[in-house]
Design a protein around this ligand. Structure first.
Ligand SMILES: [Mg+2]
Length: 131
């Protein structure tokens, strides 16, 4: 009953990946990381992930394209996705929501806020699936 939830972190910065992993592992989540959108798709498709945290600005495949591709697969149409980006303008947020993100957090975010947001989105979407 008390199994750890798995979070996939997609970010091209090694520092951000380690920092966010540390925060979420402290909050007792299991973490998997990916270095860009295409790596993110591969990790998502080969693991069971309960939530995805993704950056936007990444070479290879950016966060918007990554989210669009995730949402295009019916199997992953409802996996919770949170964008964590330094881009703070509403046009960026709108683009993220249109791609299919559930929440948009502007970096840097306090560790407490990040954990709270992850739990909130997870519980919100889990509630939807209960019968
Ligand atoms: Mg980046």
């Amino acid at each position: 009953m008390d199994t750890k939830k798995t979070i996939l972190i997609v970010d091209d910065s090694e520092f951000v990946r380690s920092y966010h992993s540390y925060i979420l592992e402290q909050a007792l989540f299991h973490v998997i990381t990916a270095v860009d959108g295409s790596d993110g798709l591969e990790k998502l498709f080969t693991n069971t992930c309960d939530l995805v945290l993704t950056d936007i600005n990444m070479s290879h495949m950016d966060g918007y394209e990554f989210i669009r591709r995730v949402r295009a697969d019916p199997k992953y149409s409802s996996v919770p996705i949170i964008i964590v980006s330094t881009e703070s303008e509403s046009k960026d947020k709108m683009k993220g929501f249109l791609a299919g993100a559930n929440l948009y957090i502007v970096k840097p975010s306090s560790p407490e806020m990040m954990v709270e947001n992850v739990r909130m989105v997870m519980n919100m979407l889990r509630g939807d699936e209960e019968d």
